[in-house]
Design a protein around this ligand. Structure first.
Ligand SMILES: Nc1ncnc2c1ncn2[C@@H]1O[C@H](COP(=O)(O)OP(=O)(O)OP(=O)(O)O)[C@@H](O)[C@H]1O
Ligand SMILES: [Mg+2]
Length: 211
């Protein structure tokens, strides 16, 4: 199963979510690969000195599709982190994916700027001739506000892409845990961040298993 996290908008949380999903999946005893297809190498550099059971890291560029296909039978799950702005790499990664997650910050500007990514996602599905489940993931939601309903309605007005029920709030734990090469779950199992990533993992795994 290949899962791509993508959004052409920079800084929306692709790498943070990819690392937490890959680390969380590996901790559930699935053989997991993380392909870092961004030349910034955020995931590789953050995790390379912290070896983990069941998690293998790979770098890729324009060969991301062939690498993912080569690894597909060797792993239960492959998570691909994509760069901002590179249409080509995003396209290649989406084309070999079984599942696409588009992290999105809960602001109208970020929501509107996802249009290019959604258009690319639709084009990829036309080109490969198969439906690829694609979901938004709301990230950096302010825990002290209750904007979720309003934001959900705003997204539904603009797009048909569904929103994952799980969302990630704006929490220092996301940066702090990665400073130690850990997911928020490994860092502090009882934290609010760990609870929301656990819920996200459950939801993503449930959707993939129903597929
Ligand atoms: N839920 C969150 N709470 C707090 N900070 C977050 C959260 N998600 C991401 N961040 C922070 O936001 C910044 C951007 O996150 P990240 O690097 O994951 O985004 P990205 O989409 O991969 O960026 P790029 O497009 O540059 O690759 C980082 O400083 C990260 O620590
Ligand atoms: Mg990134």
């Amino acid at each position: 199963m290949i899962v791509t996290l993508t959004n052409q908008k920079g800084g929306c949380g692709k790498s943070t979510a990819t690392m937490n999903l890959a680390l969380g999946t590996a901790a559930l005893n699935y053989k997991t690969a993380l392909i870092d297809a961004d030349e910034q190498k955020s995931c590789i550099e953050t995790l390379q000195d912290h070896s983990k059971q069941n998690l293998s890291l790979y770098e890729a560029g324009r060969d991301v599709d062939s690498l993912a296909m080569e690894l597909k039978d060797k792993f239960h799950y492959i998570f691909i982190d994509t760069p901002p702005h590179s249409h080509h790499i995003m396209f290649q990664a989406m084309a070999v994916s079984d599942f696409i997650i588009i992290p999105l910050q809960a602001s109208p500007l970020d929501i509107r700027s996802a249009k290019r990514t959604i258009d690319a996602c639709e084009k990829v599905q036309e080109e490969v001739g198969r439906r690829i489940p694609c979901y938004f993931l709301l990230n950096r939601v302010n825990p002290r506000t209750n904007l979720s309903k309003e934001i959900g309605a705003y997204i539904r007005e603009l797009y048909t892409v569904p929103l994952l029920q799980s969302r990630l709030h704006n929490r220092v734990a996301y940066a702090q845990s990665l400073m130690h090469g850990k997911s928020v779950i490994e860092f502090s199992r009882s934290s609010d961040a760990a609870v929301e990533v656990t819920n996200l993992l459950k939801e993503v795994h449930r959707i993939m298993q129903d597929k």
